[in-house]
Design a protein around this ligand. Sequence first.
Ligand code: ADP
Length: 338
Amino acid sequence: MSSFREPSIQAPADPLPEDRALRPQRMAEMIGQRGVYERLEIAIDAARKRGESLGHILLDGPPGLGKTTFATCIPNELGTTLQIASGAALAAPKDLLPYLTNAAEGSVLFIDEIHRLPIAVEEFLYPAMEDFRIDITLGDGVAARTINMPLRPFTLVGATTRAGLISAPLRDRFVIREHLDYYSPAELAEIVHRSAGKLQMPMDDETADEIAHRSRGTPRLANNRLRWIRDYSTSRAESRLDLEIARAALAMQGIDELGLDSFDRRYLETIQRVFHGGPVGIEAIAHTMSSAPDTLEDDVEPFLLRCELVIRTPRGRKITPKGDDHIGGRPAARGRLF
Ligand code: ADP
């Protein structure tokens, strides 16, 4: 066992310490996602009343919508411990083994980016999820034998930005499957007020509404915008904060009225200018932008698709007339003169 990496039993590794300060610790503090919230609350309550472990949960949806937050709140509701792993870091069954053997009865194992699990790890997980046991092969060739090792019942919470990449056998082993959708401006405004309170910078409603409208339906972006506005206010406005100051801060970051940043606009401009509006494949766009297709598919496209600024066709991405308008109209038939 000595070669196994020690699993982390800890609070989530947030990119910024402040993120931890803003992340709700209990489900009751979470804003929005009411349907998901209520269904999970019932499942948690039932598990608690019956003294059973909670069924495995799969959460999917774009980044920054609260998958990790739900996963970290659930063990707090159950009064149990949490282990955190990432699909990308679990390269072989031996990487997953210590998490499974360390899982206390009724505890939660959170695997982020679960769509990135290699198939061998996924298959190792099946009996662990279904029967709380693992099959370990010892030795090689004719001398090889498999031993079964029982595990303590635990709850797996998987999160993914790509529900479509989860194999059917893995998906079917999750009892509860929930999709997180974008937040409404009203919900985001509530999150902004809550976070502003935690950062000790209370603000008026119209400033909170402005931040909410420019956060692409995403709590993480709402919090990021808020932090930037706070820095701007401290540095440039003697810590005053009003709508005008918030707008100036956002303008300086290149956040437009839809909440798109310069990278989002560059994606639209690439389709429009380089590929004459499309259709164009995601790889070609990624190459031109020196970016990764995954980044574009996970971080950029979902919101642009939702806003109908681009569409996906069988032949690739196309910018819509609304998308053209948003970045200042299509250059008049340029290139077609020749
Ligand atoms: P994901 O795991 O889906 O990428 P996170 O759970 O890390 O997203 O959420 C990003 C941040 O947004 C969190 O740190 C938290 O501060 C905030 N957040 C997410 N969901 C909510 C919510 N429902 N209410 C309040 N804040 C939220």
